[in-house]
Design a protein around this ligand. Structure first.
Ligand SMILES: Nc1ncnc2c1ncn2[C@@H]1O[C@H](COP(=O)(O)OP(=O)(O)O[C@H]2O[C@H](CO)[C@@H](O)[C@H](O)[C@H]2O)[C@@H](O)[C@H]1O
Length: 475
């Protein structure tokens, strides 16, 4: 089975969040289940090195108005296609925004072009390429199923939602410039409350919708989580397949970012990593060390955490936070660090190596998300013995077993789960974590349980492969 995956990010080439981790890891896992995945990505400057050794396999003189080339190369052992269109992608800044964080005004064209290229590939219009299935990730690839359909592709399509909050909604004036049939300007196509919805289009036109956990698949059927798309999801249904982690990247036994590597049998070694975290974040030795690795946004409940920092320190806790995002939240965390030198350390920014060190050295990771399609940092926490303290939502609810009396008695607990993202609920969860941490055998059991579980992609890759086969099997 040959799958074309289309996405705007892929670890390790370009990453702003969890989407990249999934797009980077899933192909190798799928390969064990008979699926060969070719990944199509935009030719950002970060791709230059990857494409240098590649070869040009196709040219478009006019792809949504831009000159473009398709470059075939490899990412590790997996086939990679890069859409090289300097006018669209060769810019400083990030994949979606300029250096000051402003979204590129032509994002609609940048990702429509990516989707158009994917549609042509899926339709067999690029010599030498045949695919059985098109896998479109998030809104940036949302138009791929639309183009595939418009071009009469035989390949089936799957649209995967990593976060329904980001939908790629643009002015209706762009519709005629997309080169799609007039009939797609409808409620069953791209039209979304009078505008053009890229994610909406993918969800309406793909053969199947998936999202990244079973609980989120249910949640987005409801108004509270569906962000306007709940009706469509409730009608078409979405299959929830929980994310995994890439053991080549996230394994405490082999992780080069850690001063001390360890297993669940050698947990004492974590103290060297904790010392490195303390040094990096300017923390004194002390009580339980909480960490955060996150975008600083309301989705992630960071505004609620920001109100509890004095309390956390007064209760004997410490915090090392790595993240960036909302400027007011960044300022609130920095101010707390200023008030509590030695107990709160903040790194504003994005730092892959430091994110590994925090998982390998902190005692617990706080993830009080208001919604969380799957979440990866709790999986990394589980695998690294960094006990997750999470809100009961989406994939967090599906992957962490709360240390309630029953779970502790049965010896199966892996973390702390709180209901609701309020100061009271989070404060109570932090207090529970501190109490459990004060009982070393109980805490160690939490760590060991998380580390012993299998968080690899294998089971989920099998589920994707089965779903792909169901779709492509000839009646
Ligand atoms: N400042 C920083 N420095 C270094 N690394 C940082 C960082 N901030 C975040 N990260 C990393 O970025 C990734 C974040 O992934 P998540 O899955 O937790 O959330 P995200 O909202 O980005 O993803 C969306 O897509 C994924 C993939 O499906 C879903 O799991 C999730 O629920 C959904 O919101 C992790 O690898 C984390 O370590």
């Amino acid at each position: 089975m040959r799958v074309l995956a289309v996405a705007s990010e892929c670890y390790p080439l370009v990453k702003t969040g969890g989407l990249a981790d999934v797009v980077g890891a899933l192909p190798a896992a799928l390969a064990h289940h008979g699926v060969v995945t070719t990944t199509l990505l935009p030719g950002y400057p970060a791709m230059a090195q990857a494409t240098r050794s590649g070869r040009v396999v196709h040219r478009w003189p006019d792809l949504l108005g831009a000159e473009a080339r398709l470059i075939e190369t490899q990412l590790g052992t997996q086939p990679l296609l890069v859409l090289d269109a300097p006018e669209l992608y060769a810019r400083p800044g990030g994949p979606y925004a300029d250096e000051s964080g402003r979204d590129w005004p032509d994002n609609w064209r940048r990702f429509a072009a990516l989707s158009r290229a994917a549609g042509e590939l899926a339709a067999g219009l690029v010599d030498g390429y045949r695919f059985d299935l098109l896998h479109a990730h998030d809104w940036q690839a949302g138009l791929a199923p639309a183009y595939a359909r418009a071009l009469g592709a035989a390949a089936k399509s799957v649209a995967t939602i990593h976060n329904i909050a980001f939908q790629g909604v643009f002015d209706r004036g762009i519709f005629p410039r997309l080169g799609l049939p007039e009939s797609m300007w409808s409620i069953d196509g791209l039209e979304y409350y009078g505008q053009v919805g890229f994610l909406k289009a993918g969800l309406a036109l793909a053969d199947r919708i998936t999202t990244v956990s079973p609980t989120y698949a249910q949640e987005i059927r409801r108004e509270q989580f569906g962000m306007g798309l709940q009706g469509l999801i409730a009608t078409r249904g979405a299959t929830g397949i929980v994310n995994g982690l890439d053991p080549a990247v996230w394994n405490p036994e082999t992780d080069a970012a850690l001063p001390a590597r360890y297993t669940h049998r050698l947990l004492d070694r974590r103290s060297r990593n904790r010392a490195a975290v303390e040094q990096t974040f300017g923390l004194s030795e002390g009580g339980p060390l909480f960490c955060v690795v996150s975008r600083l946004t309301e989705q992630k409940g960071m505004d609620v955490l920001a109100t509890l920092l004095d309390e956390l320190v007064d209760g004997g806790g410490r915090l090392a936070l790595l993240g960036s995002g909302d400027k007011a939240l960044e300022a609130a965390f920095l101010a707390a660090a200023h008030r509590h030198p030695g107990s709160i350390g903040i790194r504003i920014g994005y730092d892959e190596v430091l994110s590994h060190l925090l998982q390998g050295g902190a005692d617990a990771i706080l993830i009080p998300s208001r919604f969380e399609p799957c979440g990866l940092t709790q999986l990394y926490g589980l695998a690294y013995g960094c006990v997750p303290v999470v809100a009961r939502t989406g994939g967090l609810a599906d992957t962490v077993i709360d240390a309630n009396q029953a779970a502790l008695a049965a010896g199966v607990a892996t973390g702390i789960v709180h209901d609701g993202v309020t100061p009271d609920a989070l404060s109570h969860a932090i207090t529970r974590a501190m109490h459990l941490h004060a009982r070393p055998p109980v805490w160690r059991r939490l760590q060991e349980n998380g580390m012993r579980a299998d968080w690899s992609w294998d089971a989920s890759a099998r589920t994707y492969a089965d779903l792909f086969r169901q779709l492509t099997v000839q009646p």
